[in-house]
Design a protein around this ligand. Structure first.
Ligand SMILES: Nc1ncnc2c1ncn2[C@@H]1O[C@H](COP(=O)(O)OP(=O)(O)OP(=O)(O)O)[C@@H](O)[C@H]1O
Ligand SMILES: [Mg+2]
Length: 224
């Protein structure tokens, strides 16, 4: 999978639950499409039929007793399928792929949050993901309390009218867990400043969007 010579652009959004990744990803996709770019939006875990089934297992609060190692393995199972089925084909066609979470989330949540450490995550990435690296990663940084509160509020309205299924399993974690996640994200940004740009996600949607459009244009040298 080393032939990335002729390819599109791979942009990932990272950050805590409720930091605004999905909101900003959609806003960016709109702007890029309006500018004539061919854009694929997708998410992890998920993004394929198999991956969405894995997502359900991973995120549903009804999933009981999942070990941290099993959680890690499922994240990568979803990712390997996603890369093969969606991301690589789109990049080969020269498209811009906007992906909601990628390996940095696994390093932050399973490596940092669950304390498995970065090494197993990076090793699995090498083994299972063929060395695929984003061209740009937008790390949405905000306070733990504010982010998780936003996510919880959103989930309440989103799931109140549905059955038992939800995506709340991680949101039930402790403040200490999310604090480890946040610091693991920031450590990745320090380690890979060429790839990862930290965006202050505390402002309004419009303020954050303007920052992101600006940095994407700069980084990818897209025409205005
Ligand atoms: N800048 C903002 N100010 C206030 N509320 C916001 C802002 N950006 C997003 N929101 C709202 O906060 C909630 C969480 O945003 P969003 O779903 O985009 O976050 P996320 O990072 O994708 O979360 P998750 O990781 O849980 O999917 C949503 O209800 C969204 O409408
Ligand atoms: Mg989201």
């Amino acid at each position: 999978m080393s032939a990335h010579a002729q390819r599109g652009k791979f942009i990932t959004f990272e950050g805590l639950d409720g930091s605004g990744k999905s909101t900003q990803l959609e806003k960016l996709a709109k702007v890029l499409r309006a500018g004539g770019c061919s854009v694929v939006t997708t998410r992890e875990p998920g993004g394929t039929t198999t991956g969405e089934k894995i997502r359900h297992v991973l995120l549903d609060s009804g999933t009981a007793g999942l070990s941290s190692q099993a959680e890690l393995a499922l994240m990568f199972a979803s990712r390997a399928q996603h890369i093969k089925e969606v991301i690589q084909p789109a990049l080969h066609e020269g498209k811009i792929v906007l992906c909601d979470r990628f390996t940095d989330s696994t390093e932050a949540y399973q490596g940092g949050g669950r304390k498995l450490g970065s090494d197993p995550v990076l090793q699995l990435h090498d083994i299972l993901c063929g060395g695929l690296r984003p061209d740009l990663t937008i790390l949405m940084d905000s306070d733990v309390a504010a982010s998780v509160e936003r996510a919880r509020r959103r989930n309440k309205t989103r799931h109140s009218s549905r059955g038992k299924s939800d995506e709340n399993r991680f949101e039930q974690e402790s403040r200490a867990f999310f604090s480890r996640v946040r610091h693991a994200f920031l450590a990745i940004a320090e380690r890979e400043p060429q790839r990862v740009v930290v965006v202050n996600a505390r402002g309004t949607r419009a303020q954050t969007h303007a920052k992101i459009v600006e940095l994407v244009r700069k980084k990818l040298k897209l025409a205005k």
